[in-house]
Design a protein around this ligand. Structure first.
Ligand code: IPE
Ligand code: IPE
Ligand code: MG
Length: 229
């Protein structure tokens, strides 16, 4: 495939509705969704995507029931261990964005160890957004900047170096599953010039074929970045 997006960011949405449609509890949707993360991670790596960023849990998702949040957290803990093996088998580097200090200590430690163990891999970079909120990221970045003692004026590049995504290119393509057409606090700074692709497919059903379809749609877009062609 030509003109593959270097960086694809995905809002994995629709686990709950997927389960409801099948008469299952929402938590069953999250289990199916976690399984699909493995499938799509491998598919993205095989397609030649260099960076894949997945929105797994937002700063607003704590508003859900205690039961749902704790199921998501235990699925995450389990998934991260699978993810480490998968990453080692496929030369994938795993990184995280979001406020990991707001997570359970054990889960936070698992994130750190997965990041460290896969740091030397040279294939795709998989970034998992966990306890991530774009506004929260910008405020944390601002506080880091102030704490560094750096004096203004601050440039765009200078400010971006304090974001969780420092060192990574901005997403070329942002995909959201399950019909909603909004960003829900996902990467507001980084998505300024990204192409958006929305699909009605719920995340557990989002297939490697549909990922390819989204990449094909991306390839036919005319990105102008404010200029003229
Ligand atoms: C996405 O699916 C997963 C998370 C936000 C953790 P949802 O749980 O939002 O599923 P819907 O949108 O309610 O169907
Ligand atoms: C966005 O989905 C968050 C994640 C996918 C992790 P939500 O389901 O939380 O977003 P809203 O509530 O529909 O905007
Ligand atoms: Mg949702």
């Amino acid at each position: 495939m030509e003109n593959i997006p270097a960086h694809v960011a995905i809002i994995l949405d629709g686990n709950g509705r997927w389960a409801k449609k099948r008469g299952l509890p929402r938590t069953a949707g999250h289990a199916a969704g976690a399984k699909n993360v493995e499938t799509i991670t491998i598919a993205a790596s095989n397609l030649g995507i260099r960076y894949l960023t997945l929105y797994a849990f937002s700063t607003e998702n704590w508003k859900r029931s205690v039961e749902e949040v704790s199921t998501i957290m235990s699925l995450l803990a389990k998934y991260l261990l699978r993810c480490r093996d998968l990453a080692m088998e496929n030369n994938i580097r795993v990184t995280f964005i979001g406020d990991l200090s707001g997570l359970d200590e054990k889960l936070h430690a698992t994130c750190d160890s997965v990041r460290e163990e896969t740091a030397g891999n040279t294939g795709m970079t998989l970034t998992i957004a966990l306890n991530y909120g774009g506004r929260d990221e910008i405020v944390r970045a601002l506080n880091r900047l102030l704490a560094s003692g750096e004096r203004g004026p601050v440039t765009e590049e200078g400010f971006a170096s304090y974001l969780d995504t420092a060192g990574q290119p901005y997403p070329d393509l942002m995909i959201r599953t399950s019909g909603e057409e909004r960003i829900s606090n996902f990467l507001p700074w980084q998505l300024c010039y990204s192409e958006f692709y929305f699909t009605d497919t719920a995340w557990p059903d989002f297939s490697p074929e549909e990922l390819e379809k989204a990449c094909e749609a991306y390839a036919s877009r005319d990105r102008r970045f404010g200029g003229v062609k």
